[in-house]
Structure formats: C-alpha cells, structure tokens
Design a protein around this ligand. Structure first.
Ligand SMILES: C[S@@+](CC[C@H](N)C(=O)[O-])C[C@H]1O[C@@H](n2cnc3c(N)ncnc32)[C@H](O)[C@@H]1O
Length: 313
C-alpha cells in the first residue's frame, strides 16, 4: 500500500447493499476514518442525502475533509467517540437516521504511521491512543498496571496463552527501566514465549499489541455503548451495520443483535407474558457477510472483516 492511500474501505459493496443509500436519506458514519465508506454513501444518496461523520482521531477527520470535499454541504464532521453519538447528533441537530455504520478498530493509516505506536514492526513510543486527547497510553498500561492486571488483559483481550509469563517479564523489566518503545516491548514478548511454542504464521507480539490497543481505547465497552446509542438514533426501518475485525468484537455484535431481536423471554410454559421483552430489530445477516475472493486479493485487511446488520422495527 502506498502512503497516498489512507485506508481502503472494506466490504464496500456489502455496506451499500445493507444500508441502501438513496436520495434524501440520512446517514451516520461513526468511524469516518479516511472517508471511504462515507464518500460511497454520499455519492449513492445524491443529490440530497446527508451524512454525519464521526471519528475520535484528528488525522482521520483531516483526511475525511479532503476526501468528502466534492460533497460539500451534504455532510458534517465532528470529532467524537461513537459512544457519544447521541450528543454529536444533537449538536448537529439531526435525528431519525436511515443508516448507521460502525467500521471499528484502527485504520491502515493509523497502523502504518510509526509514531502512533500501534505497530510492532516499527520502533516508536508506546502510544496506541486513537484519540490523542486521552490521558492513557500503552506505555502507561505496561508501566503502571499490576502483574495480575496485565495478565488478565493479555488473556481476555488478546487470548494470549502466555499472558502470565509475558506480564512477569514486563514487571521484571520495568523495575530496571520503564518500557518506552514498541520494539522494546515486541522483543520482550518474543523472549517470554519459548521459541518452540511460537505460532508460525503470526508475530509473537500480535496478541499482546491487540490487547493493549483494546485496553487503551476501551474498545469493547465503547462498542457496546455505541451500538446502544445507534439503536436509539435509527428511525423505524433504519439499519445498523457493524464491521468487526476480531472474534471478541464479533461476539459482542452478534449477541447484542440477537438480544435486540428476541421477543418474549418468559418460560415457554407460562401462559401470559410477564417479561415485557420486545423485539426491537430484525437481523438482516444470519451469518456475517465476508469479503469476496477478489477483495481478499486486493486488500489483506479484508481477511478478518465481518459485517453484521439489523433493521429497526
Ligand atoms: C477501520 S477505520 C474506518 C475507515 C473508514 N470506514 C473508511 O472507509 O475510510 C476506523 C476508524 O474509526 C475510528 N474509531 C475507532 N474507534 C472509534 C470510536 N470509538 N469512536 C470514534 N472513532 C473511532 C478510528 O480512529 C479510525 O479512523
């Protein structure tokens, strides 16, 4: 990928199929990134569709502003976490959305920009904040969390089998000198995992870096909050599409959608419903939508992308 390409939107056709852009429709893109999906939604809803685009990263909004320039007057960009989308929508004076998109995780640009500290391939300060106004960086996590807390995070968010040993190595190292850079941490993780036990097809630091990123950006709790807010902002018949990139996120999306789509949950033998649980959505994707072989050839990132969608009743 060249530096000029900020981020290639994944599952683009599937997003359009699910969100069905058309003139006059109102969209919210909670992860506007480089503006890839947003520009497709705006193009397909010409001449008067409108889009509210959110991102917590100032660099993403600068890129999106460039990319969306041809649609001037038909969109508004706000720097916000998508967990706070209700406030952003109120600020923009918008409600009753026809379609909401969350394409979660980091962009290719964030991964490729060494100074952001997301990559174990480039040496950089251990940062990993998508929103650089936030106080907690990856360096703070590895240098201040207890050994048990680190073990727990690596295990829960990285599904890392060597979490306890890696946490022990980190604590021993930081007593001599705090960990400061991505490569220091990547090398330490490599030493902590016995050579014979390392997975052949992935870098030994991959799982721990994923776990730190999730912790620093509180990715799982903001996903839950963002999805709940999205359900409230949709109008009846409006659609929510979520693209996730690893199993922890996909499980949250699948389970929330299933819960929203469930009606009465009283015991089957009970004659009268007392739970008052009502289905709020129809699930549009029984199985997640995946990239086509052609997209996989063109965009490596699409390999782990899964799209699930619901329609509000
Ligand atoms: C995968 S990229 C989105 C790319 C975009 N769909 C496109 O086509 O260019 C994810 C973007 O979402 C942003 N992001 C991730 N989590 C966020 C959150 N909780 N709130 C706001 N933005 C978030 C990241 O900063 C990043 O720019």
């Amino acid at each position: 990928m060249t530096e000029q390409v900020y981020h290639i939107p994944v599952l683009a056709q599937q997003v359009l199929d699910v969100l069905q852009p058309a003139p006059g429709k109102l969209f919210l893109d909670g992860t506007v990134g480089g503006g890839g999906h947003s520009s497709l939604l705006l193009a397909a809803s010409a001449p008067d569709g409108f889009l509210l685009g959110l991102d917590q990263d100032d660099e993403a909004l600068a890129e999106a502003t460039r990319r969306l320039a041809p649609y001037q007057g038909r969109y508004r960009l706000i720097r916000s976490n998508f967990a706070d989308m209700a406030a952003a929508a109120a600020e923009a004076g918008l409600s009753g959305f026809d379609g909401i998109l969350l394409d979660i995780g980091v962009s290719s640009h964030q991964l490729d920009a060494p100074e952001r500290g997301f990559s174990f391939h480039n040496d950089a300060p251990l940062d990993m904040r998508m929103d650089r106004r936030m106080p907690l960086s990856a360096a703070d996590v590895v240098n201040t969390y207890s050994e048990d807390e680190l073990t727990d995070i690596f295990y829960r968010y990285g599904e890392e089998n060597w979490s306890r040993r890696i946490a022990k190595f980190i604590v021993e190292q930081r007593e001599k000198k705090p960990l400061a850079t991505t490569l220091e941490l990547a090398e330490l993780i490599k030493r902590a995992i016995p050579a014979a036990k390392r997975e052949k097809d992935q870098h030994p630091a991959k799982r721990v870096f994923q776990a730190l990123r999730i912790e620093v950006n509180q990715e799982l709790s903001v996903l839950t909050k963002g999805m709940e807010a999205a359900l409230q902002l949709l109008k009846p018949g409006g659609r929510l599409a979520v693209i996730s990139f690893h199993s922890l996120e996909d499980r949250i999306v699948k389970e929330m959608f299933r819960d929203w789509a469930t009606g009465c949950i009283c015991p089957p033998k009970q004659p009268i419903c007392t739970c008052k649980h009502q289905a709020q959505v129809k699930v549009l994707t029984r199985k997640p939508l995946l990239a086509t072989p052609q997209e996989l050839e063109e965009n490596y990132r699409a390999h782990s992308a899964k799209l699930r969608a619901v329609e509000k009743l």
